[in-house]
Design a binder for this molecule. Structure first.
Ligand SMILES: [Mn+2]
Length: 338
């Protein structure tokens, strides 16, 4: 088993517990967080593949239009949008993936299942154990790695589409195997998946080398917005509702933009401000990344503004305009960085 588990075992139900929960069910719904990223979508597709192989009637329920380039995965087409799902017939089991807490679940109607129908919660944020059974490992690289560990312990068969879904989950959540959460176990998992025939170069090209010219225009605006605070220890970028509207871009087009300020020399804390939802200039997303030498981690900043996430990658959404949010963040950081 994964070597990160020994420091997190208190959060873990066993795979035997999980299999017992699954055994009594037939109609399974799988879902994940709002604006599902590569880890959310890949984990859902893999879990669906595993459960279908053991003859469950499985539906993945996710807002498809909010999904970015991982839509190239086999199995994406079969995903059902919440508006097309028949909520009058609840599933026997809800598998909730990559959600720190129920408020992160992508649809209010799905959120209502928690506490009402058997729920399996698999996640690596670790804020809340809201499932009937929980497989929550706070420091794991990705939910995809946890789904792999369950599958391996359960003896489930990994075919190429499942391997590619898990590969994308791990690849994207580790920023291509570079985050501090990337452990030897992560790479062993990746190697095991590669042996199932993952099209590594093709997937990388689809995910990282297919930026539209509109998205590139948005990136250019983000770069132009760059500000250095506190001698460059904090670097920010910001996009407005107008930037998204004028370029015809969606939220997912800016998914990797925190890397823009985060990649500069000497940066300790990088922050990307944008309207959230992108049409609402009254709410601002603070998407933060931090380095080990930062006196304020991304998680501390997010927590101060009512959000959460991982230690060095976290977010919050205060009900403030971008200008107000920037001022509030700068004022709060000044107490530490000045
Ligand atoms: Mn994740």
């Amino acid at each position: 088993m994964n070597e990160v588990y020994d420091i997190n075992t208190k959060d873990l139900d066993t795979v035997a517990d999980i299999l017992a929960l699954i055994a009594d069910t037939h109609r399974v719904a799988i879902s994940a967080h709002t604006y599902p990223d590569g880890d959310a979508v890949g984990s859902c597709i893999a879990m669906a593949g595993f459960l279908r192989a053991v003859r469950k009637d499985v539906t993945i329920v996710l807002p498809k239009e909010d999904v970015g380039p991982v839509r190239v995965l086999d199995g994406f087409e079969g995903i059902v949008d919440p508006d097309a799902f028949d909520f009058s017939v609840p599933p026997d089991l809800f598998v909730c993936l990559d959600c720190a807490d129920p408020s992160r679940i992508c649809d209010a109607r799905i959120r209502e299942w928690v506490g009402k129908i058997p729920t399996l919660n698999i996640d690596h944020h670790g804020r809340e154990l809201f499932g009937t059974k929980n497989f929550v490992v706070k420091d794991a690289s990705s939910t995809g790695e946890l789904v792999y560990d369950i599958a391996r312990a359960a003896g489930w068969t990994i075919d190429r589409p499942i391997a590619e879904a898990l590969w994308c989950a791990i690849l994207t959540d580790t920023c291509r195997f570079t985050t501090p959460s990337t452990r030897p176990s992560t790479l062993r998992t990746a190697a095991a998946l590669a042996e199932k025939g993952v099209r590594i170069a093709w997937l990388a090209e689809q995910i990282y080398q297919r930026e539209s010219f509109n998205a590139f225009d948005l990136r250019r605006r983000a770069i132009n917005s760059l500000e250095c605070w506190f001698d460059g220890r904090v670097v920010t970028i910001a996009l407005s509702t107008g930037d998204f509207a004028e370029t015809g871009c969606k939220k997912q087009d800016g998914e990797t933009f925190p890397e823009i300020p985060n990649s500069l020399e000497g940066v300790q804390l990088a922050v990307f401000f944008y309207p959230f939802p992108i049409s609402d200039s009254g709410h601002t997303r603070i998407s933060a990344r931090s380095h080990a030498d930062s006196p304020i981690t991304a998680k501390m900043l997010a927590a101060h503004f009512g959000g959460g996430g991982h230690e060095h990658s976290a977010a919050a959404t205060p009900a403030l305009s971008i200008a107000e949010t920037k001022r509030a963040v700068q004022d709060w950081l000044a107490t530490v960085f000045n």
